[in-house]
Design a protein around this ligand. Structure first.
Ligand code: KG4
Ligand code: ZN
Length: 348
């Protein structure tokens, strides 16, 4: 390695974004993303086969673009990191195979890392080193978890997670009910700004015995059903559906539960920091409510800019660089694409 901080290129292909980021130590040099989201929109969800093919086509151009924009030559790199899982198997395989080819040809170490840990680690290139421990609320299209993170490179503990739908999945499903395009999260966020919180939708797992048994778990499928029923009842009655108010009320229910449980977890675990990551962390109401509740509780809130909350390569490069800085062993070059990699396993 050069005398400077390690120069690490990270590759992300777990879903529909081909992401290539380059980080030097804890500084982000470039974040190049090519998304196939428009190819999936007409199907109302990500089609795995379509996503894999798009990664295959976008991978080399995205690597070239990242290097060009960062003013970096491949031979300058000190390590490669790649999302090893969890995610869509075919999509992951494209990224993992590309990363292996790069590491092998350049003769540099490869780190196969967890996509979810990367959503947490990306905040290092945004706001500096993560306090240890940090409480992390990870909310994406596939996962919703509360994590105690003593060390993002080797120790992530799950305090709770969704027992049914992920938060992002709930946004996407409710958007569909409201006739909004896929992915629905950003559309609900936008619609909700023109609406009022007029409907009291259920807050799953927040009362009575649920708070004993499922203290830091989440449930969003009952909420999604409640929204569907409410909308259907309006339609049956021949009344117009107040889409903006439904969006605002649904969003408020999700955000209320997420922030309430996250602040409670910080208090009970003695964590002075809360980091929020994953695509749903781009939500403007979540960011605002988390800020006010953290301020009231004396907790420091860290949320990356929205572009670093949704899937990207910078987050994988950020975690890879931490692995190098902390002296973790590199992965073997036969590392798998691990579609169900658990959130507590940081590396393959
Ligand atoms: O982290 P991510 O890009 O991919 C996964 O790892 O799943 O998260 C995607 C999810 C989608 O469900 C999308 O609707 C949601 O994040 N999302 C949002 C917003 N932007 C993206 N949800 C609510 N509000 C947003 N502004
Ligand atoms: Zn993600």
């Amino acid at each position: 390695m050069s005398s400077e901080q390690p120069l690490v290129l990270g590759i992300e292909t777990s879903c529909d974004e081909t992401g290539v980021g380059i980080v030097r130590g804890e500084t982000l040099l470039v974040d190049a993303v090519a998304s196939s989201v428009d190819d999936h929109a007409r199907f109302g969800g990500v089609v795995p086969e379509v996503a894999s093919r798009a990664h295959l086509e976008e991978m080399v151009p995205t690597i070239e673009r990242a290097c060009r924009e960062a003013g970096v030559q491949l031979r300058d790199l000190d390590a490669i990191s790649v999302t090893s899982g969890p995610g869509l198997a075919g999509s992951l395989m494209v990224g993992v195979a590309s990363a292996k080819a790069l590491a092998l040809s350049l003769g540099i170490p490869l780190y196969g890392v967890n996509h979810l840990a990367s959503h947490v680690a990306v905040d290092i290139v945004e706001h500096g080193p993560l306090p240890e421990p940090t409480m992390a609320l990870l909310v994406s299209g596939g996962h919703s978890s509360l994590l105690l993170v003593p060390d993002v490179t080797c120790d992530i503990r799950s305090l709770g997670s969704t027992i049914d739908d992920a938060a992002g999945e709930a946004f996407d499903k409710v958007a569909r009910v409201l006739g909004l395009p896929f992915p629905g999260g950003p559309h609900i966020d936008r619609m909700a700004r023109d609406g009022q919180v007029t409907i009291d939708f259920p807050r799953g797992l927040t009362t009575g015995r649920d708070m004993e048994r499922y203290r830091f778990d989440f449930s969003f499928s009952g909420l999604k059903t409640a929204v569907s029923r409410w909308v259907q009842a309006k339609e049956v009655a021949g009344e117009p559906v107040p889409v903006a108010d439904v969006a605002a009320s649904f969003q408020e229910a999700v955000v209320d539960v997420l922030t309430r449980k996250a602040v409670l977890a910080c208090r009970e675990q003695g964590a002075e920091n809360l980091q929020i990551g994953g695509g749903v962390a781009a939500n403007s109401r979540l960011r605002a409510m988390a800020q006010s509740r953290c301020d009231a509780a004396g907790i420091e809130l860290r949320v990356p800019r929205p572009g670093l909350c949704t899937d990207n390569g910078a987050m994988v490069a950020a975690l890879g660089a931490q692995m190098v800085l902390k002296g973790r062993d590199a992965s073997r070059l036969d590392l798998p694409a691990d579609s169900s990699m658990p959130v507590t396993q940081i590396q393959n």
